[in-house]
Write a protein that binds this ligand. Structure first.
Ligand code: UTP
Length: 468
């Protein structure tokens, strides 16, 4: 587009400042700025501004009377056996895919690079992506059918993510079964509703949230790829949890048997204040209510049996049906707004990293699609076995906990295989342990792998690393 026209358009909508440093820029920088500006959709910008204007009227505690926890199923006995059998059939028939959302910025962890490249292996320092990919490889070995792997990135980390997979030979996966797709980006706004330059020649954009998955699947052709491969169920998870049981047959089977569009795994919250969303029924719909939208009274409310009323939290482990993903790709999800630190240029053109939140970022959340789903179900799982994310640099959900928790699980598997090692009172092993998911994906396969001819021996002392 002609630059004068672009300048007019932006000044008419109160954003003429994006050209403040135009005269200082060389031709390549001008070109880069113009191509960014051309991508800004003024309809979207209006939506972001209206959301900003309405933010003060949205407060916690506006949940209407009658809201109650959604029913949660604990699979056990025959229901577990049936679900596993059904899920295994789906996997054997090649009707299951895995989808990881890896487009986030990982700002709390403060890691410079895609979060999936973050090293978490307690012995090998293998990255998050290794553990995910090797679990998918194990599924292929076990069921004899590929589980295609869809990896959502953002414009910021797409090239680095693809390069990382390539350098690591796709961690043993067939590269034709790995599909990268890029989510959308939105500008942040200053409190007075203006776009923000973070360099003289660059507008700040942030990823549009994990809710951006739905539109990105369609836009990128990933959805069409799923349909062409005959995929029926998509196991969805977040990149930062190395313990996730990818496409576990019980969850897949329960989802398919219920003819569900959208199934949610939930676990008991650590305490009433833990920052997990809860699945509720209100207004005739099943929905996820974010913890920020619950009052303290609601968070601490007790059921008649004395348990927390909203006992279970969602950790973003889902299964979607492909027809639902196709329908929802067209549906508009609501916008969420967050006050965040956003770098900006000062009057002299220097980039400033603010110490306190200075701007608003906008995101869509995938769980908002739950209200459109038919037959949604919630399945309870044991967090000690499946959930220990790396979110923060220190403390809870940090690199230390996300290395220790899988080690505790591996120590349990070793004990079940008759090769128990010394642990502390909480079951954490006293030496470093790591098991490559392609070597053994659970206690039973570990037992078989250790009993096979030529199997490695567990050393009497020192680190234990079992890999292929
Ligand atoms: P989080 O909300 O924990 O965000 O994302 P984050 O970006 O990883 O970390 P912080 O909040 O900046 O510290 C949960 C999951 O959703 C993905 C993330 O990659 C992570 O797997 N995600 C989040 C996206 O793929 N895109 C987004 O726009 C946001």
């Amino acid at each position: 587009m002609d630059t004068e026209k672009l300048k007019n358009l932006f000044s008419r909508c109160g954003n003429g400042h994006v050209f403040d440093f135009w005269d200082d820029l060389g031709e390549p920088e001008r070109g880069a700025l113009v191509s960014q500006l051309e991508k800004i959709d003024f309809g979207d910008l209006d939506l972001l501004r209206s959301k900003l204007a309405a933010k003060d009227s949205e407060t916690a505690g506006e949940n209407e009377a009658g809201m109650r926890p959604a029913p949660v199923v604990a699979l056990e006995g025959a229901s577990l056996e049936n679900a596993v059998a059904r899920g295994e059939r789906e996997l054997r028939a090649g009707r299951v895919a895995a989808l990881v959302v890896a487009g986030g910025q990982g700002s709390r962890l403060g890691f410079d690079g895609p979060k999936g490249c973050y090293p978490v292996g307690p012995v090998s320092r293998a990255p998050l992506f290794f553990f995910h990919a090797r679990k998918i490889l194990a599924l292929k070995k076990r069921f004899g059918a590929s589980v295609p792997f869809y990896v959502m990135t953002s414009e910021t980390n797409d090239a680095a993510t693809r390069a990382f997979f390539r350098e690591n030979h796709f961690f043993g996966l067939d590269e034709n079964d790995v599909f990268f797709f890029v989510q959308g980006m939105w500008p942040a706004l200053s409190p007075d509703g203006k776009i923000i330059l973070d360099r003289k020649d660059h507008v700040f954009f942030g990823p549009d949230g994990h809710g951006g998955t739905l539109a990105a699947l369609k836009r990128s052709g990933a959805l069409a790829d799923m349909q062409a491969r005959g995929i029926v169920s998509v196991f969805y998870f977040q990149v930062d949890n190395p313990m996730v049981e990818i496409a576990d047959p019980a969850f897949i089977g329960a989802h398919v048997a219920a003819n569900s569009d959208f199934s949610v795994k939930v676990c008991a919250k650590r305490d009433p204040q833990e920052g997990l969303g809860v699945v509720v029924e209100r207004g005739g719909k099943t929905q996820v209510v974010e913890y920020t939208e619950l009052t303290d009274e609601e968070k601490c409310a007790r059921a008649p049996d004395g348990e927390l009323l909203y006992k279970y939290g969602s950790v973003a482990i889902h299964v979607f049906s492909v027809p639902f993903l196709a329908r929802e790709a067209e549906a508009g999800l609501p916008l969420h707004i967050a006050h965040k630190k956003v770098p900006y240029v000062d009057k002299a053109g220097n980039t400033v990293k603010p110490a306190a939140p200075n701007a608003y970022k906008f995101e869509k959340f995938i769980f908002d699609a739950l209200r459109d789903a038919r037959n949604p179900i919630c399945i309870a799982f044991d967090r000690e076995c499946e959930f220990s994310p790396v979110k923060n640099a220190e403390g809870a959900d940090s690199p230390a906990t996300c290395a220790a928790d899988p080690s505790r699980k591996w120590a349990r598997w070793l004990a079940a295989a008759g090769c128990g090692i010394e642990t502390d009172a909480q079951g954490y092993p006293l030496r470093r342990v790591e098991i490559d998911p392609a070597f053994a994906a659970d206690a039973a396969t570990l037992k078989a792998a250790l009993a096979a001819p030529g199997a490695p021996r567990i050393p009497a002392e020192g680190v234990i690393l079992l890999s292929l």
